[in-house]
Design a protein around this ligand. Structure first.
Ligand code: NAD
Ligand code: UDP
Ligand code: UDP
Length: 343
């Protein structure tokens, strides 16, 4: 099955997808908070294709029904419109807790709400897990390392975060989310897994989320200027979404409970990245330099030794192939929105 899924790279199947039906004893009831978002919807595809029952809990702040529409009406799929800041009482075996805005413009839009989602929301998820005996995977982030003084970042690094800067609502809330997970594990014996996710891209990224991948591709497709913030010498390491999903599932089902970095160590400066995208999309865009972003981390690359050793995981999709798929997605999205404006 794993090979079959990899071959497909989770291409969204036609309605109704050819799912595996597991024996009752192997089938799990799995809740995915934020399951209508970018990463969550790919995870939902994978879990349903494996034959599990999936319950998506989402308030549609940045997610949308379209991301999971191909599963509507399927007997193993349920979609609950719910804000995780409010308590929720359902029965499940596993919980992937992904609910949270993820791109800087989205999480800065309402900083207090970002904090509530990642603290009160996480308490509700852990409280639910405690009541029903479920295992919880927390989607943490490389942002817990802040603007790192150690490179590449290992899980043992404690980070360098400005607690009152513009990114703090996200960074510090995710740090508390991790602390909550380990407190519930220690005090209440809730089994937890913590994934520290590094920059991820792919189809179903939000068009206007302001992240570098979506911005550069859309700018290149529309022949607009490519906007590099600051010197362009800052670095990021980009992983394709199906690689991340594979790591999340492996981590959830492993016996390993400490935080694990999931990312692709292939590191590029933002300047290089602009050139790569322009080269792949073509067109006549120019690269222009804008003001630097406050507290922008200057270097970021995961050390993935732990994921490798503990989960036998490594990313497989090279940047060129992943970007190709993402460009195709954004091209179709732009056509779709142009069509809907015409009509
Ligand atoms: P996304 O914005 O596409 O998805 C987040 C989802 O959570 C959306 O569907 C949104 O509607 C939902 N949501 C937000 N607040 C909620 C609330 N209060 N109650 C219920 N649902 C809520 O973002 P994504 O890129 O898919 O990120 C998913 C998770 O992975 C997030 O927790 C994010 O912090 C983490 N992460 C992502 C990246 C990345 O590069 N994409 C990197 C590090 C960590
Ligand atoms: N909670 C929830 N669903 C459940 C169980 C608990 O949403 O199935 C919420 C509950 O409302 C509480 C939080 O999770 O606010 C933490 O629960 P816990 O049992 O740890 O704390 P307590 O209820 O004792 O404050
Ligand atoms: N960035 C950029 N131009 C853009 C969007 C982002 O130069 O149009 C830069 C941004 O300043 C940061 C990097 O690209 O250095 C990655 O930004 P993104 O918002 O994608 O993710 P994060 O900062 O959370 O890693």
């Amino acid at each position: 099955l794993e090979n079959r899924l990899k071959e497909m790279e989770y291409k969204v199947p036609k309605k109704y997808p050819d799912v595996v039906f597991l024996n009752y004893k192997d089938r799990k009831r799995i809740m995915v908070t934020g399951g209508a978002g970018f990463v969550g919807s790919h995870l939902v595809d994978r879990l349903l294709l494996e034959g599990h029952e999936v319950i998506v809990v989402d308030n549609f702040f940045t997610g949308r029904k379209l991301n999971v529409i191909h599963w509507m009406g399927h007997q193993n799929f349920e979609l609950i419109h719910h804000d995780i800041v409010n308590p929720l009482f359902i029965e499940v075996d596993q919980i992937y807790h992904l609910a949270s805005p993820a791109s800087p413009p989205h999480y800065m839009f309402n900083p207090v709400k970002t904090i509530k989602t990642n603290t009160i929301g996480t308490i509700n998820v852990l409280g639910l897990a405690k009541r029903v005996g479920a295992r919880v995977l927390i989607a943490s982030t490389s942002e817990v390392y802040g603007d790192p003084e150690v490179h590449p970042q290992k899980e043992t690094y404690w980070g360098h975060v400005n607690p009152i800067g513009p990114r703090a609502c996200y960074d510090e809330a995710k740090r508390v989310s991790e602390t909550l997970a380990y407190s519930y594990q220690k005090q209440e014996s809730v089994p937890v897994r913590v994934a520290r996710i590094f920059n991820t891209y792919g189809p179903r990224m939000h068009m206007n989320d302001g992240r570098v991948v979506s911005n550069f591709i859309i700018q290149a497709l529309q022949g607009e200027d490519i906007t590099v913030y600051g010197s362009g010498k800052q670095t990021r390491s980009f992983q394709y979404v199906t690689d991340l999903v594979d790591g999340l599932v492996k981590l959830m089902n492993s016996n390993y409970s400490l935080p694990v970095n999931l990312g692709n160590p292939d590191e590029h400066t933002i300047d290089e990245f602009a050139t790569i995208i322009l080269g792949m999309v073509g067109g006549s865009s120019r690269v222009v330099y804008k003001d630097a972003v406050e507290d922008d981390p200057q270097r970021r690359r995961p050390d993935i030794t732990r994921a490798n050793e503990q989960l036998n995981w490594a990313p497989l999709v090279p940047l060129s192939r992943g970007i190709q798929k993402t460009v195709k997605y954004f091209r179709e999205e732009l056509e779709r929105s142009a069509d809907s404006q015409k009509n």
